[in-house]
Write a protein that binds this ligand. Sequence first.
Ligand code: G6D
Length: 352
Amino acid sequence: MRCSKTIVGSFDNKEIIAYNVKFENGFEVEILNLGGVITKIITPDKDNNLENILLAYEDVNDYIENPYYYGAIIGRTSGRICEGKITIDNKPYELNKNYVLHQGHGGNKGFNKKIWEVYVEEHTNINEEKNYVTLILSTVSLDGEENYPGNLEVNVTFNIYEDYKIEEIYKAKSYETTLVNMTNHCYFNLSGNIKRPITESYLKVDSEYILELDNTCVPSGKLIKVENTPFDFSNLKLIGKHIDDNHEQIKIGNGYDHVFMLNKDKEIYMEDKESKRNMTIETNQESVVIYTSNWQHEKVAYTGRVPQLRHGICFETQAPPIGKDMCFMENSMLHKGEEYYQKTDYIFSVSE
Ligand code: G6D
């Protein structure tokens, strides 16, 4: 097991540093201090080919703009906030709008644009337990940043285990009531090195409802039962099977770009039948936005090619975004003196 750090660029008069964790078995994870971006998750396929299962840029400087939030920590909030309008303790706030009518993913300069402080701990267990490396990323979001109230102290811990598991623990606290709803924006592709579209992978999501989106992609406040709709993944299903169906919600999202409300088991499972790679996501969050990369990207990935449509899938575990008439706002509220806590685990394996 080794953990190295390399200066790979600069932004905002600070160094961009890549923290690379690699185990004897080839499992490798790389995280930047810029935006907490995960640039590499390298796992074996059925033939032990070690390949990256993420979309990631070839040029690290592309993470400075990162318009599609590749691999990034998202915050203060995730998804769209309808018209940027919130009310906290009867006081109205107008959050910065970077998504035309709405605020998206924390605004013009969300957590993906921060240079985070990084603290590294290596844990080598001689008694045959799992070796792991801990990266603790911390930052402060000041009162008034993107028009949010309250100074917010944030840290995101990545525990990276030798047996192909990444634990993410998000914590935040403020001395004023504010909003927090963080996530991670990795685009996964289990074919390895972006060889095939994610529409050829299979997905199972323990969810009976999605949130209805209006035609500007914000929650209307209504729930839609997934049964007998393209959004039903209650049994393992080919992602591409209904992704272009003539369904109003599919047309609004141009594919899947929706909030799946999770049942108590909260299991999300994806597998690629050709590589035999699979991944399980376990989370304490009440929902997950599943986004199937429905808009053409422009920048070249590490493969030397621009990722095509549907060549990455995001599982943005979070509270439901704040929609029309401030629906679901309480789900993102962090009352003063409370601590925000999210735990989301990624567990990777190879199917028999
Ligand atoms: C689009 O609507 C989608 C978002 O869900 C996604 O996070 C973003 O692209 C990268 O705005």
